[in-house]
Design a protein around this ligand. Structure first.
Ligand code: AMP
Length: 444
């Protein structure tokens, strides 16, 4: 027996019945980005490994444990610098910043507001809400004028507006400030002092984190680490006066926008590049993988990657988790309908019908037909299955009269129409439906 293939572990096919749901999410996200002046950017699905080591940090869990490498060495004409290794992108920020620098986007606009929608790849242990290929909706605002508390508040407002427009309720927004790089170092020092006596009680991973990136201990999901962390006396004493003021203004702006949030001193985000504001949006319905999205400010990354010294802020939401948290009536698979189905009852009518089928499609009226004429009953069954709004019947009688029968499926009304008029009749009906329903395209 020939063995069957299955999708790689931690990946999922998105099947036709679910595609409208994905298109709707992408369409709504795009329309919200448009409202906030963000433009789409598409970067490659793989990059040089070094880009992520330098941006996310060699000590981040993602770089240490989750990168899915490509064996580029086998490709003959790979440039020397890429021989170090290519890897599937685990997130979008580093790629967007690489592109911003490489394409001199700083010379084109003062503030670059960029968004992306696409797959990301991480070699994680798959579970509910955690995949190896997943999809993110993300944005980055980069530029010389971009270190402004209002921009931090705006990006939080933007991410929550996307969730609101998708019908998500009861999500929680947590925010914190890491301050400047110097403040962050102070935070690490204070945390090290408190954790040092408890070090041997930390989980294996946190023992490594203690050495490499101590703030990451605060992110640990391990139950015993969690209870240790709860017992710590975390304060924002590491923040400089300036950073404290900055965070106060972010909060004031969120208060003015009536966006509710909770301050979590434990929220640090595990990537090296964050400074100042960090935030995370979680949803209780998601179980252990409860983060819908996260983001924050990263003022040093563009410079660190060889670009101009400009500031930036961004976020990413996970589409699979959005779907899991959507109200049930909105995340069901839906089968789309077609406008018309052409029933042919006579072999002699096939050629004529096939030309009409193409003419209808050229006029942007969706239409299907069965190429092997069968009984009226079985073709009607097919039309019903495809949820056709109209059925067009071409039999011997119609052919001799140079007409076609048009049946409206909803009302059952049927009439004969001249073959030369059918396209304009259907176009008029479509125009009437579109204008009364205010149809929007599924994909923008
Ligand atoms: P992160 O870059 O880890 O903060 O991820 C941002 C968002 O992407 C998370 O809040 C999730 O919604 C989503 N996400 C991250 N990793 C995964 C994964 N392995 N599977 C599914 N969604 C993910």
């Amino acid at each position: 027996m020939v063995s069957k293939f299955s999708a790689p572990r931690g990946t999922a096919d998105i099947l036709p019945l679910t595609i409208p749901l994905w298109q709707n999410i992408e369409y709504k996200a795009r329309s919200v980005f448009h409202l906030y002046g963000y433009k789409e950017i598409r970067t490659p699905y793989f990059e040089e490994l070094d880009l992520f080591c330098r941006s996310m940090g060699e000590s981040s869990d993602v770089v240490r444990k989750q990168m899915l490498h490509l064996t580029s060495q086998q490709v003959e004409d790979v440039p020397q610098e890429e021989k170090k290794g290519l890897t599937l992108r685990p997130e979008g920020t580093a790629s967007v910043i690489r592109s911003y620098i490489e394409n001199n986007l700083d010379k084109q606009e003062g503030l670059s507001k960029l968004f992306y929608i696409g797959p990301m790849f991480r070699g994680e242990r798959p579970q509910k809400g955690r995949l190896r290929q997943f999809h993110q909706i993300g944005a980055e605002a980069i530029g010389p004028e971009s270190c402004d508390p209002l921009l931090d508040a705006e990006i939080i407002a933007l991410s929550t507006q996307i969730l609101n427009e998708l019908g998500l309720k009861s999500y929680q927004l947590k925010i914190n400030s890491l301050g400047t790089s110097e403040d962050k170092q102070m935070f690490s020092r204070l945390l090290r002092e408190q954790l040092n006596p408890l070090r041997s009680s930390l989980c294996q991973d946190c023992q490594v984190r203690f050495e490499l990136n101590i703030l990451r201990v605060l992110d640990c999901k391990n139950k015993s680490c969690q209870s240790l962390i709860k017992g710590l006396n975390l304060t924002d004493a590491y923040l400089s006066e300036e950073s404290r003021q900055y965070f106060l203004e972010v909060r004031k702006a969120l208060d003015n926008l009536k966006i509710s949030y909770e301050i979590s001193l434990q929220l640090v985000r595990g990537l090296d590049y964050y400074t100042h504001t960090v935030f995370e949006i979680s949803h209780s319905q998601l179980g252990s993988q409860d983060a819908l999205g996260a983001g924050g400010r990263y003022n040093n990354l563009v410079g660190d990657l060889g670009g101009p010294s400009v500031d930036a802020v961004g976020f990413a939401l996970g589409i699979e988790r959005i779907i899991l948290a959507m109200p049930e009536d909105q995340n069901k698979p839906v089968s789309g309908s077609i406008e018309s189905f052409l029933i042919v009852l006579d072999d002699k009518a096939i050629e004529r019908a096939f030309c009409l089928l193409q003419d209808l499609r050229k006029e942007r009226i969706s239409c299907e037909m069965s190429f092997k004429p069968s009984s009226l009953k079985s073709q009607m069954r097919l039309a019903n299955k495809l949820q056709a709004q109209y059925v067009l019947i071409l039999g011997e009688e119609e052919l001799t009269q140079n007409k076609i029968s048009l049946k409206e499926m909803k009302t059952g009304q049927q009439e004969k129409i001249g073959l030369s008029e059918i396209i304009s009749v259907l176009k008029n009906k479509k125009k009437r439906i579109d204008s009364c329903c205010g149809h929007t395209p599924a994909v923008n």
